[in-house]
Design a binder for this molecule. Structure first.
Ligand code: F6P
Length: 475
């Protein structure tokens, strides 16, 4: 008898392990993919294959004990040695693919020598997946770090059901063609039965690259390649909205957010919560806040910006430089406008427990989600789901994938500092009725399209696509 399981394959596991003298600490991973898929994985009964983070040098006994601990969570670790972590994760994935896919071409390195390691680590992910695969399983590969895996799996498991989801934007073909290994990346992805994107714009751009760089024509969402039919689809990811709402309704969170508001009353709170990443637009957001204080002096002493910046990819040079830039900006703005009794920006460079995060979401007057480019942005949805009081205003970048879904937010071009400052002022001035009307509409949408519906929708479409795939070689 075969039982069908879901095998999630992603670079990062939903938990990250750190070790100190052989003692392991297992903590939840940051980022939308890990937080979003955690619930569905817990409910699915399948396996999650991925990297547990830098665990240091372990002897065989320590590794066996860690494997066992992770197996209890139905996670299968793929360990990267130092060279792999530096060249696959920091180098090819985050030094080259990340800026390129976010259309930040001037951030790509002059030269990259990490392709071979990207390929070999993708092969290791594919091999480990094959080793755990049982006939009937559904394999779901995630994101840009593993774009060769679908093709590698297809070679070994020609009739397996294989899905792929891209959590980041897909760039224009003019940008994508800059990538030296562009064909291999495209053919790697085409090993899947279904390739999912957050927005129709990304899907459309992908089909243009298929046409221009491979000469493969897509009929809207259908592609025929190497004797198989495969499908493309748009699936904007959701969050576990019910869980956020329920935590946010708990008496502890209500009391904690009231306490924050009381402590800082009558100040109004603007909030930002991001991984410390240059795509998130944190420096421009602070420049806009500075512009607000400059142009509207009556707001000085009346508003406070709380920014949580979660450390991320701290070994990649661009992230080190960003942290320095943000540190300096915070210092400059606080130095210029702060008083003995008022600090304009409260800046927390650390990850904070979920309960504290939800407390902040509830306490905020205005949430700023202003990336210069973002696949979707789940923080925006977390904020909305936490506002069970139907209050609070979301200011959202037009360049976040979520902008096409969250029409009742105040949308801004994050490159326009004046417009972003004005959006902050408008958000602070909205009437309670207007805030309520916008937030309740947003909340309905975030609840109706939550992560469970996202998973179900993708897996149904994947099942359909696999059924319509013709046998390999049947062209
Ligand atoms: O959402 C994009 C993404 O790269 C995910 O794949 C990843 O889990 C998240 O951002 C956080 O990044 P990292 O795993 O590099 O810390």
């Amino acid at each position: 008898m075969t039982t069908s399981r879901l095998l999630i394959v992603s670079n990062r596991l939903p938990v990250t392990v750190s070790s100190d003298g052989g003692e392991f600490t297992v903590s939840p991973s940051a980022g939308g993919l890990a937080t979003g898929l955690k619930g569905p994985h817990e409910q699915s009964g399948g396996l999650w294959i991925g990297w547990p983070g830098d665990v240091g040098n372990l002897d065989d006994a320590q590794r066996a004990s860690l494997d066992e601990k992770l197996a209890e969570l139905r996670t299968v670790p793929l360990y990267l040695d130092q060279e792999e972590a530096s060249r696959f994760y920091e180098g090819y994935s985050n030094g080259l693919l990340w800026p390129l896919f976010h259309s930040l071409v001037d951030r790509i390195p002059l030269e990259s020598r990490d392709w071979e390691v990207y390929r070999s680590v993708n092969q290791r992910f594919a091999d480990l997946t094959v080793a755990h695969y049982r006939p009937g399983d559904t394999i779901w590969v995630q994101d840009y770090q593993l774009m060769l895996v679908p093709g590698m799996l297809r070679e070994r498991l020609p009739s397996a059901t294989i899905g792929f989801f891209l959590h980041i934007p897909f760039p224009s073909s003019e940008t994508f063609r800059v990538l030296p290994r562009r064909q291999e990346i495209l053919t790697g992805l085409l090993g899947a039965d279904l390739i999912g994107f957050h927005t129709f714009a990304y899907l459309d751009l992908f089909t243009r690259s298929l046409m221009r760089l491979l000469g493969v024509e897509a009929e809207v969402d259908r592609v025929r390649y190497a004797g198989r039919n495969l499908r493309l689809g748009v699936f904007p990811m959701g969050i576990d909205a019910a869980r956020f709402s329920s935590v946010s309704s708990s008496p502890e969170i209500i009391a904690a957010s009231a306490a924050i508001r009381e402590r800082i009353a009558p100040l109004r709170i603007l909030l930002g919560v991001d991984r410390m990443d240059y795509t998130k637009g944190i420096p421009r957001r602070f420049l806009a806040f500075e512009r607000l204080l400059e142009k509207e002096p009556e707001l000085r002493g009346k508003v406070e910006f709380v920014q949580v910046a979660v450390p991320s990819r701290t070994s990649v040079d661009a992230y080190v430089a960003l942290k320095q830039q943000v540190d300096e900006l915070v210092g400059r703005i606080n130095g210029q406008y702060g008083t003995i009794t008022w600090t304009p920006i409260r800046y927390l460079y650390r990850s904070i427990p979920e309960a504290q995060l939800i407390t902040l979401y509830r306490a905020a007057d205005v949430m700023l989600v202003t990336p210069v480019r973002d696949g979707l942005n789940l923080v925006a949805k977390e904020f909305i789901a936490s506002r069970v009081d139907d209050d609070g205003v979301l200011v959202l970048s037009e360049l976040a994938g979520a902008a096409s879904e969250l029409g009742e937010s105040l949308r801004v071009n994050p490159y326009d500092i004046d417009a972003t400052a004005e959006a902050m002022a408008t958000a602070l001035a909205l009437s309670p009725e207007d805030r309520k009307a916008r937030m309740s509409a947003l909340r309905r949408r975030v609840h109706a399209h939550d992560v469970h519906q996202w998973v179900a929708h993708f897996l149904r479409a994947l099942d359909d696509a696999a059924t319509q795939r013709e046998p390999v070689g049947g062209q």
